[in-house]
Design a protein around this ligand. Structure first.
Ligand SMILES: [Zn+2]
Length: 244
């Protein structure tokens, strides 16, 4: 076999082993990560990729209107530009999680790069809100073998429902999809920013419009939108741990 083909095959195998294999393994087994909560009638709305100066304030206003608490997995680079938005999230009862410093996919990060993305994000978030973040969600939900080593301080949270809302959608249809998935313990993955390469810039507009219709219906059905601390019952679990 010619040398170029050998290099290609070896490179492909290394890539699959480094990123794709752990991602498939841990996501299908749910070992070391959380995809849903255990409580009845609570729903965790999570928003990735922000803060965005145009959409995040609109979303925060909407959540406030319905007394909904959520969790924002923020990109630290954007936190640096809009710290006041992240401070507002915390003041209004939302949780903050790490979503890397530059939204880089873990499949393309070296072990050191993985460590740096997580550590630098945590430091900046701590400086901004005065407290250490608790949750971590890697971009695209992709892991490599070093993810758990460098994220061991954090609870790794993925999602139970995803709606492809990084693309512009009909808000009515998106609302229906969200209602169809409504059940105990759900963790919805949504986005308050559309600046990623694969996203539509104006996609958060349809997400917000869909939520305007979805939230009153979900609340009418007896659901409460809560942050991850409440959804995962973190505080009482910590108390129990201390007692034991
Ligand atoms: Zn993302």
């Amino acid at each position: 076999m010619d040398i170029i083909l050998w290099v290609f095959v070896v490179g492909l195998c290394a890539f699959l082993l480094y990123g794709v294999v752990p991602t498939v393994l841990f996501r299908t087994s749910s070992i070391g990560l959380i995809k849903r909560g255990e409580q009845e009638k609570t729903l965790a709305l999570t928003f990735d990729d922000g803060p965005n100066p145009h959409y995040t304030p609109q979303l925060l206003d909407l959540l406030k209107q319905y007394d909904c608490k959520a969790t924002f997995f923020v990109v630290a680079d954007k936190v640096k530009e809009h710290p006041q938005l992240v401070q507002r999230m915390v003041t209004e009862g939302h949780n903050i999680g790490i979503h890397h410093y530059t939204h880089t996919d873990s499949w393309y990060l070296t072990p050191f790069g993985t460590k740096r993305e997580i550590e630098r994000s945590a430091e900046l978030i701590e400086k901004t809100i005065g407290g250490r973040p608790v949750y971590y969600r890697p971009p695209y939900g992709r892991l490599n073998w070093f993810t758990f080593r460098y994220a061991k301080e954090y609870t790794l949270v993925l999602w139970s429902s995803i709606f492809q809302d990084w693309k512009v959608q009909d808000p009515g249809q998106l609302k229906e999809k969200m209602l169809d998935r409504l059940s105990d313990g759900e963790i919805y993955l949504l986005h308050d920013d559309g600046s990623n390469r694969t996203a539509d810039t104006t996609a958060p507009e349809s997400t917000i419009q869909a939520l305007e219709r979805f939230l009153p219906e979900a609340l009418n059905r007896g659901y409460k939108c809560v942050n991850l601390d409440e959804h995962l019952d973190r505080k009482s679990k910590e108390q129990k741990k201390r007692i034991v």
